[in-house]
Design a binder for this molecule. Sequence first.
Ligand SMILES: Nc1ncnc2c1ncn2[C@@H]1O[C@H](COP(=O)(O)OP(=O)(O)OP(=O)(O)O)[C@@H](O)[C@H]1O
Ligand SMILES: [Mg+2]
Length: 226
Amino acid sequence: MSSVLSCRQVSKSYRDGDHQVEVLQGLDLEIQKQEQVAIVGSSGSGKSTLLHILGTLDKPTSGELHINGTNVFSLNQTKLADFRNTSLGFIYQFHHLLMEFTALENVAIPLLIRGESVEHASEKAKDLLVRVGLGHRLTHRPSEMSGGERQRVSIARAVITSPALVLADEPTGNLDGHSASEVYGLLCEINQEFDTAIIVVTHDLRLAGKLDKCYQLVEGKLGVMG
Ligand SMILES: Nc1ncnc2c1ncn2[C@@H]1O[C@H](COP(=O)(O)OP(=O)(O)OP(=O)(O)O)[C@@H](O)[C@H]1O
Ligand SMILES: [Mg+2]
């Protein structure tokens, strides 16, 4: 079985004053190795909530999540952090790059956290930055780069550990059409080259339609689109 992610009967609710807001309601999702999946849905439908849970950054109210065969919510905090570092990569709309560090340092950080040498981490970070077309921006800080360039740094950072799964929340949300297409092209290349499964949350139906599968989040569950 080559399933990378298996999400079973996941529910998530938030308490809002005296009443409970049910965001996810018994949601199931299965993602195979190297599969590209888009998740669309109206604002407030719960896409980010779902992505946080799939990325193990938040716990569901109930339900189970297995990634690469590991029952992730059975791990303690330390093991879960290690698991995240080795198996998952994250790309956010607003990058979450560290502003005081250079592009090279930002990309190298996941490997340094793992305890790899500065030389090896820097070399790999440089290769990846060249790969995403930023060989001339290695020592620039995020404030010295454009939105599209920062997004490409985020992609390089997300894949430097060769994760089984990359999760992206509106990776092209603040980019113009041309940069958005470039970022998507890059995600697809990385998916092929590194055998990485990808989950992309987006509002852009045209881009979502280019991926292997597209799901719509409605009333706390996923339905196949198209
Ligand atoms: N920490 C929280 N506490 C209470 N309610 C929350 C919390 N986080 C999210 N919600 C609510 O859960 C619902 C889903 O939010 P979420 O951010 O997942 O939506 P989304 O689909 O990502 O929307 P958008 O497209 O605007 O980014 C919203 O109604 C939101 O108000
Ligand atoms: Mg969101």
